[in-house]
Design a protein around this ligand. Sequence first.
Ligand SMILES: Nc1ncnc2c1ncn2[C@@H]1O[C@H](COP(=O)(O)OP(=O)(O)OP(=O)(O)O)[C@@H](O)[C@H]1O
Ligand SMILES: [Mg+2]
Length: 365
Amino acid sequence: MTDLSNSVSIRDLSLHFGAVTVLQNLDLDIKDGEFLVLLGSSGCGKSTLLNCIAGLLEPTDGQIFIKDKNVTWEEPKDRGIGMVFQSYALYPQMTVEKNLSFGLKVAGMPKDEIAKRIARAAGILQIEPLLQRKPAALSGGQRQRVAIGRALVRDVDVFLFDEPLSNLDAKLRSELRVEIKRLHQSLKNTMIYVTHDQIEALTLADRIAIMKSGVIQQLDDPITIYNRPRNKFVAGFIGSPSMNFLNGELAEEGGKKVFRTNGVSISLAGYEATEALTPGRKVVLGLRPEHIKVDGDVTTEQAHEAIVDIEEPMGADNLIWLKLAGHTISVRIGGARRYKVGAKVRLGFDMTMASLFDAETEERI
Ligand SMILES: Nc1ncnc2c1ncn2[C@@H]1O[C@H](COP(=O)(O)OP(=O)(O)OP(=O)(O)O)[C@@H](O)[C@H]1O
Ligand SMILES: [Mg+2]
């Protein structure tokens, strides 16, 4: 059943294009006022899901509720949603003001109400000086703001964004990202935001739904997704550079649980799920580059010696790639700390921040 604190509820939703299954038995509840990000690689079904919520695609099976009303068969315009696409889809022959007012005029809204809404949206998006210009005379970022404005003037319950920033250059993208966050903080509407950019997902979302082949792999707040990924796919998808993965097996040495790889034993002291660490089990150990300590920072009892293979200074951070027991491991250290290629480094692994996955199922242990 639906819950009044939910803004959007998706029940058992499936969508097939002929023989191709894009979404299968998908359930998702989005809370009132929540910023939910749908994250996944190209072709995983993000836009398809968003288009079903918007009413632009008819699901094969299942139901969609918006504000507790079954809208599965409602027209897009009757769903209380506003959608912003990747391509701005502005009318080129109309000024910004006309682009914003057009839909409202067609819907028969009184003139003074239209003017009020445009003034409010233009204020929020800081596009007042642009109202009399046509889209051709705007930058990409300004056009995207107008596209958001068109959803804003409609005063909807739920905003749907489909990769609204992906046509912009990196600098503009990070600027507009902050503006979208500010917009959500002031409007407090429910927002469903599709992206394949993990930084957008981590920075914007209250919760992230990570999708793969039409199936939600994990639905959690960004920190939980980052620190406790439910499976190896999620672990590898989030984080740049990617989490280090070491294949090996569990063992017991002197009564202590260890992870063994290529003749090296790494203590698992501090790992959360001690019960499930059955000796002999084939596993993958996952460690993020910032959760490996080097030299003076090593606080664990056990240290391992590794050799610097490559150094990538990135300003604030320095990324060093090290060889350990036949593996190449990336470690993030402060930008001021430099290492020479070939140097010996002592490594300490922080098992409280580690992830172990079953080698077969790739599920978190
Ligand atoms: N009309 C269609 N007929 C057949 N297959 C389709 C159709 N529309 C989409 N698909 C397929 O459905 C899958 C999901 O597409 P969708 O557009 O939802 O992906 P996406 O996650 O939004 O990807 P992107 O990040 O590239 O936008 C893709 O494999 C796509 O090829
Ligand atoms: Mg898409």
